[in-house]
Design a protein around this ligand. Structure first.
Ligand SMILES: [Zn+2]
Ligand SMILES: [Zn+2]
Length: 454
């Protein structure tokens, strides 16, 4: 037997006061291109005709009165009042208390659109919070009457508000990755905007030593300011993260930023060559459709000679995850300028090149980082060591390694904690080591970008 829609609707209205939305929503899975309000109206029109026929026949008057009052069927109420001489009043919807209405949707969407005016965005998604009591009441009604054709009241709210916001702003609804999420608390008549971050990919170069990648607070006062840090609160005046993040944050009118790089270099190492990849996350930005070429100029002119960014383009949270996942594995290439305590023989250097080709280095956590990292032995692959320049006790090496190998210790041996080491093989002590990162592998990321079509 087919599902008796009209019979169910009559049963619903005998027991519960329901507005057009809340009656129609119980049959939301039936009928294309209709709103729940239209479904409810259509059912109520038919029911009003049915009751009218009962009243004409003088049948089921008590039932008729309940249905008319619960459904707010004004035309029938008039007929019944005439017939019985009793006063009948329409009742407030038991689920939404009459709050679902075109007028209230308009009003709330208008307020949301006014606030959205201060943001640049193309896509949005509307979400709704609904008091649990409403949902529980609706569940009880449905299970009591065996109704399986309904939908969540959330959908009435997100459609009612979302459609109007789209009209008012010209923005599109996007489910997967919206620029802005509007969280509507309809029954309290409030809303929250969750402005999703802008992600920017790029590479940075660091042309000056003693610039840390991120803010490095003073070891004695942890940022409060003391005599040892000259009341700056810091070990170093600035950082790569600030030199890149602050101009970007201002340009995009964001509230905050987070700088995620593919690994980090020592504070006294340079980054040259193809640079180090990073993803900059700008939080709660008011702008998001800006020209990144201009941002590149802005950053590079402000931090001229210290930090330089290149290849800026819009990125995604997905790419950020990939960057983080692959950066420990990514291979790195360094140029190391080393001054030894005594002259180095060319034949020994040839031996270094020979010996340090695709070898595994056993490295116990370096003494200088023991405070931050646990003491254990790591096995890392060293791809190659090339001698670029040599005169007397000064040697310039190019060293390509798997990510995570400490290069200074590869050179000086760290008192036997790193084995084998260059100094061990040469039989010479390094007095000075100047490191420059010249390449951080990031082909993988770009390949994934291309294959995903992003
Ligand atoms: Zn309702
Ligand atoms: Zn201090």
């Amino acid at each position: 037997m087919s599902f008796d829609i009209l019979g169910k609707a009559v049963e619903l209205l005998i027991s519960y006061p329901l507005c057009d939305y809340c009656l129609g929503r119980q049959f939301a899975r039936l009928g294309y291109g209709l709103s729940n309000r239209q479904r409810g109206e259509a059912l109520k029109t038919t029911i009003a005709m049915l009751i009218h026929s009962w009243v004409e026949e003088g049948e089921e008057l008590e039932k008729a009165k309940e249905i008319a009052a619960n459904g707010g069927l004004n035309a029938v109420i008039q007929v019944l009042e005439k017939k019985t001489g009793e006063k009948l009043v329409g009742r407030e919807c038991t689920l939404c208390s009459g709050l679902l209405s075109e007028e209230r949707f308009e009003e709330l969407a208008g307020r949301i659109a006014r606030e959205l005016k201060t943001y640049e965005f193309r896509t949005f998604l509307t979400g709704a919070v609904v008091p649990p009591a409403i949902r529980e009441a609706e569940d009880r009604i449905r299970s009591g009457l065996n109704i399986a054709t309904g939908e969540d009241i959330k959908n009435d709210i997100t459609r009612g508000v979302g459609r109007r916001v789209a009209e008012l702003t010209g923005a599109k609804v996007e489910y997967l990755n919206p620029d802005i999420t509007i969280l509507v608390d309809y029954f309290n008549s409030t809303f929250q905007l969750q402005v999703n971050p802008v992600f920017i990919y790029g590479v940075y170069l660091k042309h000056k030593r003693f610039i840390p990648q991120t803010i490095w607070f003073c070891r004695r006062c942890w940022g409060r300011g003391c005599s040892s840090c000259n009341y700056t609160g810091r070990e170093y005046e600035t950082s790569v993260s600030e030199l890149v993040g602050v101009p970007a944050m201002e340009y995009f009118e964001a509230l905050d930023y987070k700088f995620h790089a593919a690994g980090r270099e020592d504070v006294d190492a340079l980054v040259e060559g193809t640079g180090r990849p990073f993803v900059l996350e700008l939080k709660h930005p008011r702008k998001r459709l800006l020209d990144l070429k201009r941002l590149e100029e802005l950053i590079n002119s402000r931090s001229a000679g210290v930090v330089e960014v290149r290849e800026l383009r819009f990125s995604s949270r997905r790419e950020l995850r990939e960057l983080k996942a692959m950066s420990p594995r990514a291979s790195k290439t360094y140029v190391a300028e080393v001054v030894f305590s005594s002259p180095v023989e060319a034949s020994k250097l040839a031996e270094v090149e020979e010996r340090f080709r695709n070898v595994t280095i056993e490295q116990r956590t370096p003494k200088r980082v023991l405070r931050r990292r646990s003491d254990r032995v790591r096995n890392k692959l060293l791809h190659e060591v090339k001698v670029l320049e040599h005169s007397g006790n000064r040697v310039v090496f190019r060293i390509r390694t798997q990510g995570g190998l400490y290069v200074k210790e590869l050179i000086d041996g760290d008192n036997g904690r790193t084995r084998p080491s260059i100094s061990e093989l040469l039989g010479a002590e390094p007095e000075q080591i100047k490191l420059t990162v010249v390449e951080v592998e990031h082909k993988l990321i770009q390949e994934q970008q291309l294959s995903s079509g992003a």
